[in-house]
Ligand binder design. Sequence first.
Ligand code: PAF
Length: 274
Amino acid sequence: MQARSDLSRRQGRKIAFVPTMGFLHEGHLSLMKAGHKRADEVIVSIFVNPTQFGPGEDLEAYPRDFDRDCRLCEKEGVNIIFAPDAKELYPNGFQTYMTLEKLPHHLCGISRPSHFRGVATVVSKLFNIVKPHIAIFGEKDFQQLQVIRRMVKDMNFDVEIVGAPIVRETDGLAMSSRNTYLSPEQRVSALSLCKSLQKAKEMTASGVTDATKIIDATIKLIRNYPETAIDYVAVCDPETLDDMKIIDKPAVMALAVKVGKTRLIDNMMLAERV
Ligand code: PAF
């Protein structure tokens, strides 16, 4: 992979990189399209990264369909699929990890304490292997995007990070490989995430600035749907992810909700400018 990227770089070709864990959906395809717009070639990695799953999480059950993924990539004109084996990326004796001091101690990092160490480690390894000029990440994983942006800045990675908007089903559910776990009834309950975000946005637009009021309304709406268990609902600063009490500057609402056994996340900017 490194030799192939060196060749592209010598030929003056700009490389866009889309890291994924496979089981591709429209959200991933939108990242590939964004890559084609900005670069001469698009490289997609497909790797279910074991280090970002905690004990008891869904590493084994995580949906996989490599042949279908290859067909979708081909349709999108992807130039290279990089699909390493876990033993290649984490050989015996592996002991070097990338950790961030603050960002992982918010939102998803509270219930998934080793998750962002795994993400930051694998993404930095992939950057060193794929050697892209730009890398594209979905905004659905909002905290992940901020972690990667911070890591790239702090570690002087020579990669431009591009965030791409969330792709939603027609009824508003944010696309996720994990949506496949949902039963038809749970699929209805999963709408509580986008509906409550929409309500929070409307409240902000109508002049409510008290974050607690907005969070309370969000929690109430989600709890009305069966089989939902809230992990967190937060209104925070989009860069530091620190909680905000009053919405007097740009703010994002982020939430994680278990629907049945499936943990879903979503987010929305409540105020871009205040
Ligand atoms: O967002 C994902 O699919 C993963 O966290 C990533 C960035 C591919 C790292 O394994």
